[in-house]
Design a protein around this ligand. Structure first.
Ligand SMILES: Cc1cc2nc3c(=O)[nH]c(=O)nc-3n(C[C@H](O)[C@H](O)[C@H](O)COP(=O)(O)OP(=O)(O)OC[C@H]3O[C@@H](n4cnc5c(N)ncnc54)[C@H](O)[C@@H]3O)c2cc1C
Length: 420
């Protein structure tokens, strides 16, 4: 048993703490927020979606990004005008990953982890009885454009070959799967159902799991800023915080979009850039008009998850630095797109609007495992799929730290891939 400090109590830090405690380690978690899961893990799209394993960096993205340039309603917006060397460096690496070969490698890595993680979540749920407004009815991708749909069918076939069954549906079949799509039926070219995928409230899950962690003896230091990672003889030995110094045998960095800022203090460079996204959460007033199957609208890059009596609508990505301010135009766009697809589901003008920074790597694959600094481990960079990959990532970190063999191959999931 070793003493482990987990930096960050988002969904990634909290699941890491859980599996470390399960493995018998002494665990402490530090976070600047007053509770767990209050930053990017707070109001995300809710999807447990291995079906989204295709990376942002793929052959179609550069042309689409150019087309969207400067458009306020762009699903993916690069703000290149900014004098931001971090964005330019990240963007160059992103472009290198836009080949068909790299996209296939990155899909394989993401899918490997996402599928493993979905299984870990299901096992955790069965073992603990934890409830978080989950739905296990699958995820339905909808398409309006015939060419996009044809392309998506090819990607679906690849994923089916890689172990994720996906079913192609006609517009009639799509509406049979989710009757709340009736208003959109005339515009649909087709849909693809991933029956094994799920959805649920990531924040509720994180909060409830943190309570169970505490019951297992995990200590949470909330309202505590991490200020400095401190070396002793080349080894990470302690962390200075706003409430004093904390010592540990091992430190797991799970600071989301801020991980790179912390790790560079000990010369570990992480290619993680924040991609701001928005969500709108509304009370459902007409249950028949709101979906209960989780939906992805591929054209607008929007996702919809039914969380009990609420509907969570989320999407858009803006690469514009570590700015957490809400842009009212982009927030309203999310609510407008949602109302266009599911009119009458609730009062969209009263929706709770939120934004968060996805910690995105250039290849869309997170960074897990040991670093060149003895004692420092990474569990970060989960981008668009942090909720999907949380349980698997936490379990893998606990196995690595415990010196146990991991259940899946770790090839391509570590920081070493960026040294090549
Ligand atoms: C609009 C949107 C929709 C999304 N939809 C989905 C989805 O449907 N499915 C999915 O799988 N994923 C989705 N995601 C992605 C997912 O939400 C993230 O990948 C995930 O929340 C990242 O978790 P994390 O724990 O790494 O980061 P965070 O939740 O941000 O946690 C990091 C923690 O570190 C703490 N921290 C950082 N720096 C310091 C410091 N100096 N001192 C103290 N504490 C610090 C923060 O307070 C924070 O609590 C979405 C994201 C967005 C924005």
């Amino acid at each position: 048993m070793v003493k482990v400090l987990v930096l960050g109590s988002g969904v990634i830090g909290t699941t890491t703490a859980w599996y470390l405690a399960e493995a018998g380690h002494e665990v402490e978690v530090v976070d600047r927020q007053p509770g767990p899961g209050l930053e990017t893990s707070y109001a995300n799209g809710g999807q447990i979606s291995p079906c989204h394993a295709e990376p942002w960096a793929n052959p179609a993205t550069p042309a689409k990004a150019l087309k969207w340039l400067g458009r306020d309603d762009a699903p993916l917006l690069f703000r290149w005008r900014r004098l931001d060397p971090a964005l330019w460096a990240w963007g160059a690496r992103f472009l290198l990953n836009c080949t068909a070969r790299r996209a296939a490698v990155n899909t394989d890595r993401t899918l490997r982890l996402a599928l493993y993680s979905r299984g870990c979540l299901q096992a955790l749920r069965a073992a603990t009885g934890i409830a978080y407004d989950q739905q296990t009815k699958g995820i339905l991708h909808i398409y309006r454009d015939g060419a996009e749909f044809a392309q998506a069918e090819k990607a679906a076939a690849l994923m089916s070959r890689l172990g994720l069954p996906r079913e192609v549906k006609t517009p009639d079949e799509a509406v049979a799967v989710e009757p709340a799509l009736a208003a959109a039926h005339k515009d649909l070219a087709g849909a693809i159902l991933t029956p094994g995928d799920e959805s649920g409230d990531a924040h509720l899950f994180t909060r409830r799991l943190a309570e169970r962690c505490a019951e297992k003896g995990v200590i949470f230091h909330f309202d505590t800023w991490i200020q400095a990672l401190e070396l002793n003889g080349g080894r990470l030995a302690s962390v200075a915080t706003s409430k004093g110094r904390l010592h540990a045998d091992a430190v797991v960095l799970a600071g989301g979009s801020w991980s790179g800022r912390l790790s560079r203090q000990v010369d570990v460079r992480l290619p993680i850039y924040p991609a701001k996204g928005y969500s709108a959460t509304l009370a459902v007033t007409d249950a028949a008009a709101a979906p209960s199957v989780s939906i992805t609208d591929d054209e607008h890059k929007m996702v919809y998850s039914r969380l009990g009596e609420r509907l969570r609508c989320a999407g858009t990505a803006e690469l514009a630095g570590w700015n957490t301010e809400m842009d009212p135009r982009r927030a309203r766009l999310v609510a407008q797109l949602a109302e266009g697809l599911f009119p009458g589901a609730g009062d969209y003008s009263q929706a709770e609007l939120w934004c968060g920074l996805r910690p995105v790597t250039p290849d869309s694959v997170p960074i897990l495992g040991a670093t060149k600094v003895p004692g420092l481990y990474l569990n970060t960079g989960h981008g668009t799929l942090g909720w999907t990959m949380a349980c698997g990532s936490g379990r893998l970190l606990a196995d690595i730290l415990s010196g146990r063999p991991t259940d899946i191959d770790m090839d391509g999931l570590g920081i070493e891939r960026f040294w090549l």
